[in-house]
Design a protein around this ligand. Structure first.
Ligand code: CMP
Length: 147
């Protein structure tokens, strides 16, 4: 079953939106395999956002994600990467469709509530930055229809 990484960013935590965001993923039928709060270090942030290191907003990105605790989770389900990206909506909250997480809760590019892996390869790169093997639950397969 496909997995993806989601981060609820500082704005989502500060605005007490974690429960609402997680509810949307669970309502869709995704399962939580791992979940924790943490304060991202500069080293973790620079690795996570390495693909953006030449962008003018790289330092802002790193400063922002390290500014306050976040929540990290691994979600599992059919086509989890694309399903989660669709639930999150466009990166820029001002352009995200109503009904999506960013469309409903954000009007910003940086303070856009969530980060979600944009491909299975990105998940494989990003996930170990936040989780060790022992923190991930291998849920029984075959009971997805219980959602
Ligand atoms: P995220 O999914 O965390 O991955 C990279 C982040 O870069 C993205 O969400 C946005 O928050 C941020 N980002 C993308 N474009 C810009 C931009 N033009 N200015 C500032 N931040 C940006």
């Amino acid at each position: 079953m496909e997995r993806t990484l989601v981060l609820i960013k500082p704005d989502g935590i500060k605005r007490k939106l974690a429960g609402s965001v997680i509810q949307r993923f669970e309502n869709k039928g995704l399962r939580i395999c791992a979940l924790k709060m943490l304060h991202v270090t500069k080293e973790m942030a620079e690795k996570h956002y390495a693909v953006h290191k030449d962008k003018p907003f790289f330092n802002d990105l790193v400063n922002y994600i390290t500014s306050y605790p976040i929540m990290a989770m691994i979600l599992e389900g059919r086509n989890a990467v694309s399903v989660v990206r669709n639930l999150c909506g466009a990166t820029d909250g001002s352009k995200a469709a109503p009904g999506t997480i960013r469309g409903d809760y954000s009007n910003s590019i940086q303070e856009n509530i969530v980060h979600a892996s944009d491909s299975e390869d990105s998940y494989k790169y990003e996930m170990p930055i936040f989780f060790s093997k022992g923190e991930i639950q291998d849920l029984p397969q075959g009971d997805e229809s219980l959602v």
